[in-house]
Design a protein around this ligand. Structure first.
Ligand SMILES: [Fe+2]
Length: 273
């Protein structure tokens, strides 16, 4: 599916980007073990369109001379096959990337996703990319795109400092991060889809009946709360782009800033004016 969106952010000249998220490639080869092959076979049924979405994005990117911005989960799990795929995608194309939780998944759900777990693969994953996937900035026609890694539901003190330093460039900012931050419209949407657990800083009632691990993972720490507050209050923030929910959804957050979610089976062309 191809969708089009237009957002006024105060660009020097209008331009387009291609937004992708959650392509969840499930590729394996002879170097991958049996368990990875099993995972690939079963997960492929959930994500059969990875190649189609990639090829459509590449075609549009060339046609429109637009960079690709991907908000994480390019692949479903770490494998030799998936690494070859993403390496080629990044090397051969103009891609700006924000990390997703699956970017660091050895298997799926075998362990709680903690910073320690992420660090086991972080160096190898970062080496695939041209931009820093923890935090990066790229300026296009006077618009500052800022990518942050919130893949495990938390922001960190370096994110907070980075956001403040980026705001000092005094340019309109478009934020890209994998997991959407809770706001009224998103919460109503997520509630209907029974996906409230996808949101960063979910409401306190959503913890009822959940186990300790779930609560520990989802409870925003002080830095995350401050960073969310910063995101919601910085006048430079003109648009927020997310993935993770595997749904297409466009709304405004509680500060009136447009929030755009793109689904795993969708290529979204976003024009910034
Ligand atoms: Fe995903």
């Amino acid at each position: 599916m191809i969708l089009n969106s237009t957002v006024h952010v105060g660009a020097e000249l209008p331009f387009k980007i291609i937004h992708l998220s959650d392509t969840h490639f499930t590729l394996v080869d002879s170097r991958d073990n049996e368990e990875k092959h099993r995972m690939a076979a079963s997960r492929r049924k959930i994500f059969p369109l990875s190649e189609t979405v990639r090829d459509t994005a590449l075609m549009l990117s060339r046609e429109l001379n637009a960079p690709i911005m991907h908000t994480g989960d390019y692949y479903d799990f770490l494998s030799y096959g998936n690494f070859d795929e993403i390496r080629r995608f990044i090397d051969e194309n103009d891609v700006f990337y924000a990390a997703g939780n699956h970017d660091f998944s050895h298997y799926l759900g075998e362990e709680t996703e903690t910073e320690e777990y992420k660090l086991r693969s972080y160096r190898d994953v970062q080496a695939l990319h041209k931009n820093n996937i923890r935090m990066s900035s790229r300026i296009i026609n006077g618009v500052n795109f800022v990518a942050l890694d919130d893949s495990y539901f938390q922001f960190h003190s370096d994110h907070e400092k980075y956001l403040l330093s980026e705001s000092e460039k005094h340019l309109p900012m478009v934020l890209l991060f994998h997991k959407p931050v809770n706001c009224s419209e998103l919460l109503a949407f997520a509630r209907e889809a029974d996906r409230v657990g996808c949101l960063v800083s979910p409401p306190s009632w959503s913890y009822e009946g959940k186990n300790d691990d779930w609560c520990a993972e989802h409870t925003p720490d002080d830095v995350t709360l401050r960073t969310v507050e910063l995101i919601n209050s910085m006048p430079q923030v003109k648009c927020i782009i997310n993935g993770h929910m595997h749904e297409n959804f466009v709304c405004r957050n509680d500060s009136g800033v447009p929030v755009i979610l793109t689904a795993h089976d969708t290529v979204r062309v976003i024009e910034f004016t």
